[in-house]
Design a protein around this ligand. Structure first.
Ligand SMILES: NC(=O)c1ccc[n+]([C@@H]2O[C@H](COP(=O)([O-])OP(=O)(O)OC[C@H]3O[C@@H](n4cnc5c(N)ncnc54)[C@H](O)[C@@H]3O)[C@@H](O)[C@H]2O)c1
Length: 458
């Protein structure tokens, strides 16, 4: 099938590369010349395990290409994905300007053959499929002075659930695929596009072997509004699960319970499930914060006060600063102290810094007058580039960050940090204070190594 994908970011690039690897002919449409140049050199502009080899293979086999000239390619695509960013505006509403630009370009390039399914893959506020329809018409009208025939296209919703760090795996072996459309032919087209995934009939690529037991993928076929809501509801539920764990952690700490044991104890209950129950400095990343904010705005627009959504966000806001309180208790004062921070990416396995809890912590440390030395295995270049305002020192290695520091804050639990012996951390820190924002280490082992250790909720 001929497919175009607007936006070669975390979602669009992975979706495009995977669909091309499955045999479709995919054109990525991107506005960033820097990204286009990198991808044409078979290099990935983002850090995502396995993506570069997947890209190279699809480009070399002639199934994947990239352009900035949307109008000349969209007209011949049977499926057009919109996977551009939908960042938050200051009031929490999603900024749809990039979606609008893409939809206008689709309208300008449309000529009626083939019949097209335009798919919102970006996370867009409820009702956005209608907006995309209007913008596509506007684009066509700009060129032709009249509206396009409604027979030529339809707008569908196909929200994305991939996780950065395991994006290829999640695209090939998703828990489900959600398709929202008002027209049966659009659903048929999308089922056809995804058939190799739905039926698990493809030869797994070397980058991502098929896990045992995956023989098919469930598909949820629904209307557009429900489909758009499914994405927000999923993220709100996951964020709430983490905030719930943090709420219980804060109570556990006061009564002397160990949150890690408590969450294991509840997570084994199949009605609850053990994932997303890790207490720590809370959730972040490109999606949860902005999607919670957008859903809250939507609820309020319709006269509903979403109390649970507000509580989830409040708990998270306070949780990020808990490590600073811990540090203040241990250091008294923080001013003039040297603090090492391990991990800046919002989670391990990615270089993404969007809404990373580490950034809130670093900002607060600097505000309090601390000297901050940071290390992250992947995300330091992004930190240099995106946050030149943060006056931090960049360490060459995790160990290097510790030298001369009074305390260590662990903000992102990169697995490689486990390779550094606790005794080394104790030796290198002048005061041996460790504030473990992810309950990464065993408290007893840390204390035995001579560290003054504090976790969250234990
Ligand atoms: N990142 C994730 O883990 C994830 C997961 C699920 C859903 N989503 C949703 O997917 C959407 C995209 O997220 P992302 O993380 O991939 O964003 P991103 O910022 O990594 O990528 C967006 C890309 O779109 C490009 N772009 C902007 N305007 C364009 C235009 N008019 N034409 C062509 N390209 C254009 C940008 O240059 C950028 O490369 C968002 O709505 C997000 O909420 C993201």
């Amino acid at each position: 099938m001929r497919v175009s994908v607007f936006g070669a970011g975390y979602v669009g690039l992975v979706t495009g590369a995977v669909l091309a690897d499955l045999g479709h002919h995919v054109t990525l449409i991107e506005v960033s010349e820097e990204k286009i140049a990198l991808i044409n050199q078979r290099r990935s502009p983002i850090f995502e395990e396995g993506l570069e080899s997947l890209l190279a293979r699809s480009i070399d086999q002639g199934r994947l290409s990239i352009t900035n000239d949307a109008e000349s390619v969209v007209g011949s695509s049977e499926v057009i994905f919109i996977a551009v960013g939908t960042p938050p505006l200051p009031d929490g509403e999603a900024d749809l300007r990039y979606v609008r630009q893409a939809a206008l370009a689709i309208g300008r390039g449309m000529h009626g053959h083939p019949r097209q399914v335009i798919v919102n893959k970006a996370t867009v506020p409820i009702g956005s499929a209608n907006l995309v329809e209007v913008w596509v018409q506007d684009g066509y009208r700009e060129v032709h002075g009249r509206a396009p025939s409604s027979e030529w296209y339809t707008v569908a919703s196909n929200p994305e659930f991939l996780r950065e760090g395991t994006a290829i795996f999640d695209t090939l072996y998703p828990d489900r695929i959600v398709l929202g459309a008002d027209e049966a032919w659009a659903i048929d087209r999308l089922q056809e596009l995804y058939r190799p995934i739905l039926e698990q009939s493809f030869e797994p690529p070397p980058e991502s072997p098929r896990p045992n037991g995956v023989t098919s993928v469930p598909v949820v076929v629904t209307d557009r509004i429900s489909s758009e809501m499914i994405k927000y509801a999923a993220n709100a539920f996951l964020a709430t699960k983490i905030s719930f764990a943090n709420e219980i952690a804060n109570i556990s700490e006061r009564v002397g319970a160990d949150i890690v044991q408590v969450m294991r104890g509840i997570g084994l209950d199949q009605r609850i499930g053990g994932r997303f129950l890790n207490a720590g400095i809370g959730w972040g990343g490109s999606c949860f914060g902005k999607d919670m904010a957008a859903l809250t705005v939507t609820a309020e627009e319709y006269g509903y006060q979403p109390r649970l959504l507000h509580a989830t966000q409040d708990v998270n806001r306070e949780q990020r600063l808990l490590v600073i309180k811990r540090l203040q208790e241990a250091l008294k004062p923080v001013k003039g102290r040297r603090i090492a921070v391990w991990g800046v990416a919002f989670k391990p396995g990615t270089d993404d810094l969007r809404d990373a809890p580490s950034l809130t912590i670093i900002e607060e440390l600097l505000r309090l007058g601390a000297r901050v030395r940071v290390y992250d295995p992947i995300a330091l270049d992004n930190l240099r580039r995106l946050r030149p305002d943060l006056e931090v020192e960049f360490a060459d290695s995790a160990e290097d960050a510790l030298d001369g520091a009074d305390a260590l804050i662990l903000a992102t639990e990169w697995p490689s940090f486990a390779e550094i012996p606790l005794a080394t951390i104790a030796d290198r820190l002048t005061r041996g204070i460790v504030i473990d924002g992810r309950n990464f280490w065993d408290p007893e082992a840390a204390r035995q190594a001579g560290l003054q250790y504090r976790g969250i909720g234990r």
